[in-house]
Design a protein around this ligand. Structure first.
Ligand code: SF4
Ligand code: F3S
Length: 459
């Protein structure tokens, strides 16, 4: 049996794509392995959002050369593969296959093509003065397919507790810093019947939590279906006890959506709403299509309808043209909203995106950008730590996901906060009442108060 090893970088969409690839390969008889050592196929599923992430992948492909020379096929897939295309074939010692996010159905065929083109190593030592035959250049499979939604592909999911359910691919926005629309193409929305069938199957398989995924997940629509309607239907599937969705765009985050979130008990009291910057001028240069006031109004709706909801966001600092005043406004917004969690980045220039055409003298020097980022992180960590410390003592319902790294088990609250506590592995996949007893400032430790699972076993 052939073994496939997939290493994933980037966002949840890429994690979900890796599960699709694993499913496509499993149908062809591949088994998944969690180490490249004994793999016949090694795929690195990549992200293009930041230069730093791409450099890391190039370095990683270099490390993987030992397996390639040992006979494994090495492929680079995903957003960076789509962005760099052919040029990746000769990088980091070479790769055999470069494949964009719309081409994964062709994976088995292209892997077979790569193998067929390979020259077997000579059985006898080569005569002096002759050279080993050159391996042919790798294959590229790039470009967009406006209809590819991977309908009918059974994902091979890593978790049996919480499932990613992609409902949309691509993006119709053109935020000026962002590479995603250029590597994933325009928005494509899945049929609601297929989505609901998938969620029902997950529930039947005993998966209690689903996360609906899309680049701008709330812009999903299909015929007369809107995202709030889909969310409501998913939340009402028997057996599904928790529903999350990520990432919504503030534009199109409607009152109707807030009402559905508040009305459906299965929808988690947690929201990731990317703000990116706290000043209207920055937002305008980013082409985010909302103002700070509009964003904050939506935060108010959400907090009024669901008091105590956990909020998280994404922020980019040092976007070209960002003045001290604009940066201070972002800090102020962070202090005002007080996010439970935040993903904070310094602007990374991405070739081909509109922001690269802003006047060069507007680009924020690296040292200033770094200092701004560090101060923002510090501000956020302080707020996050205050929020977490104030929650110690509460009893939360935790969905247990896996064994803890240092013993016990680990799970998440409805607010998406990580809790580790003492308990047997048999709790994995079940809900437990857990008292939060301590915090690192960004995760919790706890003690088990009640578990229906354990009570049943004891009875
Ligand atoms: Fe990128 Fe903007 Fe689309 Fe998000 S909404 S994926 S930031 S272009
Ligand atoms: Fe995700 Fe990175 Fe692609 S953030 S969509 S994997 S560019």
């Amino acid at each position: 049996m052939k073994k496939a090893y997939i290493e994933t970088y980037g966002c949840q969409m890429n994690i979900s794509d890796s599960e699709l690839m694993a499913g496509i390969l499993a149908e062809q008889g591949f088994v998944s392995t969690d180490t490249p050592d004994d793999a016949d196929v090694i795929l690195v599923n990549t992200c293009a959002i930041r230069d730093h992430a791409e450099q890391r992948v190039i370095g990683r492909v270099g490390q993987l050369q030992q397996f390639r020379r040992g006979g494994a096929v090495v492929g680079v897939t995903g957003c960076m593969a789509q962005r760099m295309g052919e040029s990746l074939l000769g990088r980091a010692g070479g790769v055999d296959l470069v494949m964009g996010p719309d081409a994964y159905r062709q994976l088995p065929q292209k892997l077979a093509d790569v193998s067929a083109r390979r020259t077997p190593p000579p059985a006898l030592p080569l005569a002096h003065g002759t050279h080993a035959p050159q391996q042919p250049r790798g294959l590229t499979v790039l470009g967009f397919d406006p209809h590819e939604n991977y309908e009918g592909v059974a994902a091979k999911r890593v978790s049996a507790v919480s499932a990613w359910v992609p409902i949309q691919r691509g993006c119709n926005y053109r935020c000026t810093y962002c590479i995603v629309p250029y590597v994933r193409g325009d928005e494509k929305n899945r049929d609601p019947r297929a989505i609901l069938a998938e969620v029902r199957q997950l529930a039947a398989d005993g998966v209690p939590e689903v996360t609906l995924l899309g680049q701008t997940v709330n812009s999903w629509e299909h015929g007369d279906w809107s995202f709030p309607r889909l969310l409501r239907e998913v939340a009402r599937v028997d057996g599904i006890r928790r529903v999350r969705f990520t990432s919504p765009h503030p534009n199109g985050f409607t009152r109707e959506l807030v009402e559905v979130m508040a009305a459906e008990p299965a929808v988690c009291r947690q929201l990731h709403l990317p703000v990116q910057a706290g000043h209207d001028r920055t937002l305008k240069r980013m082409l985010r299509r909302y103002t700070v006031a509009e964003y904050l109004e939506k935060i108010e709706w959400v907090r009024a309808a669901m008091p105590g909801i956990a909020l998280s966001t994404d922020v980019i600092v040092a976007f070209p043209g960002e003045t001290e005043e604009e940066y201070e406004a972002t800090l102020e917004l962070m202090r005002h909203v007080r996010y439970d969690d935040a993903f904070l980045y310094r602007y990374s220039e991405r070739e081909g995106t509109p922001a690269t055409r802003l006047p060069r003298d507007q680009f924020v020097p690296e040292d200033i950008g770094q200092a701004r980022l560090e101060r923002l992180i510090e501000t956020h960590r302080q707020i996050q730590s205050e929020i977490y410390h104030a929650e110690v003592g509460r009893v939360e319902e935790v969905l247990v996901e896996k064994e803890g790294r240092r013993g016990g088990v680990q799970g998440r609250t409805a607010g998406n906060k990580v809790v580790t506590f003492d308990g047997p592995a048999s709790l994995i996949g079940t809900f437990a009442e857990v008292r939060l007893t301590g915090t690192s400032g960004s995760t919790f430790s706890g003690e088990l108060v009640e578990s229906a699972e354990l009570a049943e076993m004891a009875a």
